[in-house]
Design a protein. Structure first.
Length: 266
């Protein structure tokens, strides 16, 4: 009796990716395997050193400020708002997004996930929530610690945590969408941050309504007793709602963009 030869695996032909844009009924919108792979990728690469460098630098600057400069509540809040919400949060988000999304598209490893029957929105949402978790750990919490060291009163620690978290939510949505939509996504995200958030939104008043940094600053000012009576860039409720809408919109746009992609064979 002749044994039939083993079947030869067939290469994936070029063409539209499997739809995978609807999870089975009753299943979770998240993908456990994607979350685990994302955590392993984020914490197992050299980029984790960059993530650690930012909070270390923040704490070091905090200790220097405490040792050599007496800062009142207003000065502390301005420092944490400018350096924390303005720099630490977006940079941490950019590093994580580059690691988990942009790099996988560049080296082609994303194909291993795209050919599996995983909802595209679940795929993006799982990665986005891992990114958001990293932003909280490496950005938001260190800012709260800095506030406790410099000025523990006036509700400032909780206020900076709330404000930076709102900005982080918005940045995750924005950078996730850019990472999938743009070929040179890192350049696009840097341009957005430096030109729009750091320049235009600080010079032209109406643009604050469309600024992740302004949303976080508004929540910070509203939650802190230091500047509770000061004029906020935008209303607090709008800031929180806008950040959530941007996160959801960024995930949905990225998911729909992935559905329309095609496989290429080199």
């Amino acid at each position: 009796m002749t044994t039939p030869p083993p079947a030869t695996p067939q290469p994936v032909p070029p063409g539209p990716l499997p739809a995978g844009n609807a999870a089975p009924s009753g299943t979770s919108p998240l993908s456990g395997p994607v979350v685990r792979l994302a955590l392993r990728s984020l914490l197992g690469r050299a980029r984790v050193l960059l993530l650690l460098a930012l909070p270390v630098l923040l704490i070091a600057l905090t200790l220097v400020q405490q040792r050599f400069a007496a800062m009142d509540g207003t000065a502390t809040q301005n420092f944490l708002s400018t350096f924390g919400i303005g720099v630490v949060v977006p940079v941490v988000t950019l590093i994580c997004t580059t690691t988990l999304i942009s790099t996988e598209f560049d080296d082609g490893s994303i194909i291993q996930l795209l050919v599996k029957p995983i909802s595209r929105v679940a795929l993006v949402l799982s990665k986005a929530l891992v990114i958001l978790g990293a932003v909280v750990v490496f950005g938001v919490l260190p800012l709260g610690i800095s506030a406790m060291v410099l000025h523990p009163g006036d509700g400032l620690p909780l206020a900076i945590v709330a404000g930076s978290a709102v900005s982080g939510v918005a940045y995750v949505g924005i950078f996730t969408a850019l990472a999938v939509a743009l070929r040179r996504s890192v350049v696009g995200a840097l341009a957005y941050w430096l030109i729009w958030e750091s320049t235009i939104a600080g010079l032209i008043g109406p643009t604050k309504w469309l600024s992740a940094r302004s949303w976080g600053t508004s929540v910070l000012q509203a939650a802190s007793d230091v500047t509770a009576e000061a004029a906020q860039p935008v209303p607090t409720a709008y800031a929180v709602l806008a950040a959530l809408v941007v996160l959801a919109g960024g995930v949905l746009l990225a998911g729909r963009r992935i559905v329309s992609m095609t496989l290429s064979v080199d």
